[in-house]
Write a protein that binds this ligand. Structure first.
Ligand code: GLN
Length: 199
């Protein structure tokens, strides 16, 4: 399992450490044809108007949408904004991979960034993690096929739809591996289960 990290801009390095902590290989993706070499994709935090510009320049929109039909994508912060269906800013062209609408910068400016404890429900288990919000987006509308994994002040901030996960915050800054694991390690554990049946 090789995981691509969209490396046009933003916080890419720390995601590669999490991926290697999980025993997976990672690769920085800078050109759309490199999507053919990976089995999953991380769209990291950064700045969604800049990400939009750079993605337009490198013709990433269509190839990522196609990639999403078969492969898991994890988006954090600006990555969540890019995965959404509608954004409250005309310079952002979201991919519409997840049935959510978002408001950019809805948790305030950079100086209002914060870390807080967040209970996360995943695979029937609840774990409390530290979550770092930096000029984070808020989900303002959510489709019925979207599962809420975590809420902050009763508002969803971690969501899952099919194989995709989108987060308002930055798990990589607190070495939180559970979302990367949930997005990218399922196939591995399936294989493991199959082989233990075979044995
Ligand atoms: N506010 C940024 C945006 O609108 C996202 C911030 C982040 O990724 N930490 O794109």
């Amino acid at each position: 399992m090789k995981i691509g990290i969209l490396a046009l801009q933003g916080d890419v390095e720390k995601h590669s450490h999490i991926i290697s902590d999980l025993g997976l290989e990672s690769m920085f993706v800078r050109y759309s044809d490199e999507l053919n070499e990976v089995d999953g994709l991380i769209i990291p935090g950064g700045e969604s108007t800049t990400l939009t510009k750079l993605m337009n320049k490198s013709h990433f929109h269509k190839p990522i949408k196609k990639f999403a039909e078969k492969h898991p994508i994890l988006g954090t912060c600006a990555g969540m904004i890019m995965m959404s269906k509608n954004v409250n800013h005309h310079l952002v062209s979201p991919l519409g991979i997840m049935d959510i609408d978002v408001d950019r910068n809805a948790y305030g400016r950079q100086v209002h960034s914060f870390v807080d404890k967040l209970p996360v429900r995943l695979n029937g288990d609840t774990k409390t993690i530290a979550a770092t919000f930096i000029r984070a987006p808020k989900i303002t509308n959510i489709g019925k096929n979207v599962e809420i994994l975590a809420e902050f002040n009763n508002e969803p901030c971690a969501v899952k739809q099919g194989q995709h996960i989108a987060l308002s915050f930055h798990p990589e800054l607190n070495n939180i591996t559970l979302f990367h694991k949930a997005a990218f390690c399922n196939k591995g554990s399936l294989k493991q289960r199959e082989s233990s049946y075979a044995a």
